[in-house]
Design a protein around this ligand. Structure first.
Ligand SMILES: [Zn+2]
Length: 208
């Protein structure tokens, strides 16, 4: 199927929370698909992360377990993405990076603080700009819904090379299904954004 899809299993259940926390901690609290880093609290012991078997063909044992964030965990099956986002044509960015970009944009639009300043407006414009379905899609009556991708590809005209085309597609997740997680993540999102801003600014200063 599409290159956006991973090979991992469904989230592991029936295991002690402490054991799942150990897996998340052993990966430095980082999602193994998008690299986003969270922290865990008593109220939200898994930090809106899940633990999965990294390859569903492998045996489910702690050595094969990895953490994934709420925004990435469903990327192992197209039908799980139904109602959570739309396909866009975006070969210039990996799916993991795109998840980080939209997460940061959504955090800006949800954050009540003023730290973001003009960035919040820029985030809104960026989100609208990446939602530009190509003209051929409307001819095929497709807005990018994940559940009908297969159907769309089957009836696609010959000018729509299927396998090559799949590698250009990404899913732009919606805000609503992840709003609770993103609200929880606002602090780590802000911290990583401002840390990288600081790093790039100080890098420029040093090179002068
Ligand atoms: Zn992730």
């Amino acid at each position: 199927m599409s290159s956006v899809l991973g090979n991992w299993s469904a989230p592991i259940t029936g295991v002690d929370v402490a054991e799942l926390q150990r897996v998340i901690e052993s990966f430095d609290h980082r999602c193994q698909y998008c690299g986003f880093q969270t922290y865990l609290t008593a109220q939200v012991p898994l930090g809106h992360f899940h633990v999965v078997v990294r390859d569903k063909r492998l045996h489910s044992e702690p050595a094969n377990w990895v953490p994934l964030c709420d925004m990435c965990v469903d990327f192992n099956q197209l039908d799980l993405l139904e109602g959570k986002g739309m396909f866009i044509e975006a070969p210039w960015i990996s799916q993991g990076r795109l998840n980080n970009v939209v997460r940061t944009c959504y955090a800006m639009t949800l954050s009540s603080g003023t730290e973001w300043g003009d960035m919040a407006q820029a985030a809104d414009r960026l989100l609208r700009a990446i939602d530009c379905p190509p003209k051929q899609w409307s001819e095929m009556d497709w807005k990018g819904e994940p559940n009908i991708l297969q159907e769309v590809l089957e009836k696609a005209p010959y000018a729509f090379p299927k396998s090559a085309y799949l590698s250009k597609l990404r899913v732009r997740l919606d805000r609503a299904p992840y709003e609770e997680a993103i609200r929880y993540w606002i602090n780590p999102i802000e911290r990583s954004w401002f840390a990288s801003e600081y790093a790039s600014n100080s890098g420029t200063t040093q090179s002068r």
